[in-house]
Design a binder for this molecule. Structure first.
Ligand SMILES: Nc1ncnc2c1ncn2[C@@H]1O[C@H](COP(=O)(O)OP(=O)(O)OP(=O)(O)O)[C@@H](O)[C@H]1O
Ligand SMILES: [Mg+2]
Length: 254
């Protein structure tokens, strides 16, 4: 126990020199009027390239807040964040924007598709924004195939089911080709078969050298990861291989 009576946390800095993601004693405290919420509480973490990591924890434990720190969408109240060797804490606005465009792809919990763009255009946007203009259309086509939506390219988001919209969001992140993929509940809206397909695609990206962080509250999904980082009330309470033995994606049940 810490002196303040709280349960101590695990230091997630088990990575090596030159890791892609480094968090050092990161806290995020939100203030709304008199109310203070400590969404992250002195979290330290290293993640290497070619990693397939699950961040596991119940609703409200700080998972999305953590991804927002890594993805340069928000800044910590205390502590430092380095991504791809660059210090986000001291970075200028334009440097942060550069990281968002070229280093990190986000699959948002709420998809964030452009309603006036078709599935294809949404996905091509992901490649364009990452500076891959020359082959953006080819990348978009391939990414939509990979998520099983090759026959939905001309659909607008409102003409797609929730799970299909989620898959477009995943395809958009894939099309960018950025080295870090942050996936916030990527299987949340998906049936089992489609969820397995998406997890397989993400696993392949990690095997090919990408750093993939998947956020979920579903312990079953965490069984397929190389490394499971468990959060509780903004702290890392465990970090290591999945409890029990690592499972193949095909063995999962949810
Ligand atoms: N912008 C904000 N302003 C104030 N409080 C916030 C803000 N964003 C998050 N919080 C609070 O911080 C805590 C962590 O939120 P976060 O969204 O990171 O949780 P989560 O683990 O992603 O949960 P879920 O599984 O429900 O998505 C919650 O208690 C939430 O109410
Ligand atoms: Mg969340």
């Amino acid at each position: 126990m810490d002196p303040d009576g709280s349960v101590g946390q695990v230091d997630g800095r088990i990575g090596h020199e030159g890791s892609r993601i480094d968090l050092d004693e990161v806290s995020k405290i939100y203030r709304i009027g008199d109310l203070e919420v400590t969404a992250l509480d002195r979290v330290s973490l290293h993640v290497d390239e070619s990693a397939f990591v699950v961040i596991l924890g119940p609703s409200g434990c700080g998972k999305t807040t953590l991804l927002n720190m890594i993805g340069a969408l928000d800044t910590p109240t205390l502590g430092s964040v380095r991504v791809d060797g660059r210090d986000l804490t001291s970075a200028s606005r334009s440097e942060r924007a550069e990281i968002r465009r070229h280093a990190v792809s986000f699959i948002f919990q709420t998809f964030n598709l452009f309603p006036a763009l078709t599935a294809f255009e949404n996905v091509r946007f992901g490649a364009d924004a990452a500076g891959r203009r020359d082959d953006a259309s080819d990348r978009a086509e391939l990414a939509l195939e990979q998520v099983g939506l090759g026959d939905r390219v001309r659909h607008f988001p409102h003409q797609l089911s929730g799970g299909e919209q989620q898959r477009v969001a995943i395809a958009r992140a894939l099309a960018s080709g950025n080295p870090i993929m942050l996936a916030d509940e990527p299987t949340g809206e998906l049936d089992f078969r489609t969820g397995v397909q998406i997890l397989s695609v993400l696993e392949e990206q990690a095997a090919a050298g990408m750093t993939v962080l998947i956020v979920t509250h579903n312990r079953e999904i965490s069984r397929i990861a190389d490394r499971v980082i468990e959060l509780s009330s903004g702290r890392i309470v465990s970090d290591g291989p999945p409890a029990g033995s690592r499972a193949e994606i095909g063995e999962l049940q949810w």
